[in-house]
Design a protein around this ligand. Structure first.
Ligand code: F6R
Ligand code: MG
Ligand code: MG
Length: 365
């Protein structure tokens, strides 16, 4: 089998109701476009995924990452869905399409994407994670656990093909630069950075001695593009599993702890990332709490055999309970940190306006 590319391209093009879910008519429109692209041979296969108010095109093809035709297709699909969203008065119709027209590549245009090209193995288990009401750095902790923490992934200790560790590519979203860390040797160095997930995010994970990615995340930050708050960058991620990579269960295990992430209510609050089944992917309480779904696939000749609902399983019930308790705990802080994001993170929301208003009333002290 030749190389294939797995692309997950997502956008919020209108919410039903508010920012909680996607209207069935948008889903229908999405599938019509995907089916057409498959018939025309642009893509090999597809799955329409979603979480909260975000729709994800999960597609396989032979065109490589950041391919103009694939990105144009995604843009046109989101544009078509926006028309339907407008017709049905959906909330924030077209909110993630930041520019008027497509120009070559989705970078900087609003929709998020995570893509990787690799040689398909005879059996290729992949899990696609989709999250709502959070930001790309939300994947830092789970990815670290999967590929670097022996308390999560026993394979790092006892599978000779994983014992060497993995390499992590980390992006600095503010300075727009990147660095590769080799773990376990540089674990402590890397943690200095990825422990600040609003700025430093893991983009790729690689095996040692290979540049073929084994995990990839979406890393766009809308406020950095638009210069102001225009919604959160609800992220996606794909992780390949088994045979020298973390087992499916090791890839899922980090989600048994609903760690605190940024992005809840108005993109301005911390809250627990709750793992849910696809039936429960609809943030409601205080527009949340943030949540994640996991769609499992076996790839075969580029065909997406699946999805299986990986986080809906009973074994994540305790994580959900903990998340709900944590949600209560955070909520009782109301407008106080650390529920509300720190000031620096609020810079793109209401802070500048409040400061402007009160500027002359501040006296030297
Ligand atoms: C959207 C989100 C929501 C909105 C909130 C206010 O992803 O996180 O919490 O920020 O519902 O939305 P507007 O300002 O559109 O009324
Ligand atoms: Mg929305
Ligand atoms: Mg969303």
């Amino acid at each position: 089998m030749a190389e294939i590319t797995l692309s997950i391209i997502k956008a919020d093009v209108g919410g039903y109701v508010g920012h909680s879910d996607v209207h069935p008519e948008l889903r229908k429109c999405c599938v019509v476009q995907l089916e057409k692209a498959k018939k025309e041979g642009l893509i090999i296969d597809y799955c329409q995924g979603e979480v909260g108010d975000d729709i994800a095109l999960i597609i396989t093809h032979n065109r490589g990452v950041e391919n103009e035709e694939i990105h144009r297709f995604a843009w046109d699909t989101f544009t078509a869905m926006t028309q339907v969203a407008k017709e049905y008065g959906q909330y924030g119709a077209g909110q993630d399409l930041l520019v008027d027209a497509f120009s070559g590549n989705l970078k900087g245009m609003g929709p998020g994407f995570a893509e990787m090209t690799f040689e398909e193995r005879p059996s290729e288990p992949v899990i696609v994670f989709l999250a709502d009401k959070t930001e790309p750095g939300a994947w830092n902790m789970p990815l670290f656990r999967m590929f670097a923490d022996p308390f999560n992934t026993i394979g790092l200790v006892i599978d000779p093909s994983m014992h060497e560790g993995f390499r992590f590519e980390v992006l600095d979203l503010i300075e727009e630069r990147k660095i590769i860390f080799s773990l376990p040797e540089e674990m402590y160095d890397m943690l200095v950075f990825i422990g600040s997930p609003s700025r430093y995010v893991i983009k790729h994970v690689f095996r040692k001695g290979s540049d073929e990615p084994v995990a990839v995340t979406s890393t766009q930050r809308l406020f950095l593009m638009a210069g102001k708050y225009v919604g959160k960058d609800d992220p996606v991620m794909a992780v390949r599993c088994q045979s020298g990579l973390p087992a499916v269960g090791e890839v899922l295990e980090p989600f048994s702890f609903p760690h605190a992430v940024a992005g809840w209510m108005r993109g301005s609050h911390h809250g627990p990332l709750m793992p849910v089944g696809i039936e429960d992917d609809t943030p409601t309480r205080f527009d949340g709490p943030p949540r994640v779904v996991g769609l499992g696939f076996q790839l075969k000749n580029g065909k997406l055999i699946g999805p299986r609902d990986m986080l809906g399983d009973k074994s994540f019930d305790n994580a959900r309970k903990l998340a709900l308790d944590a949600a209560d705990y955070f909520r009782r802080h109301g407008p106080f940190e650390p529920h509300r994001l720190p000031l620096e993170e609020m810079e793109y929301t209401t802070m500048p306006n409040v400061l402007k208003k009160l500027k002359d009333r501040f006296k030297p002290a």
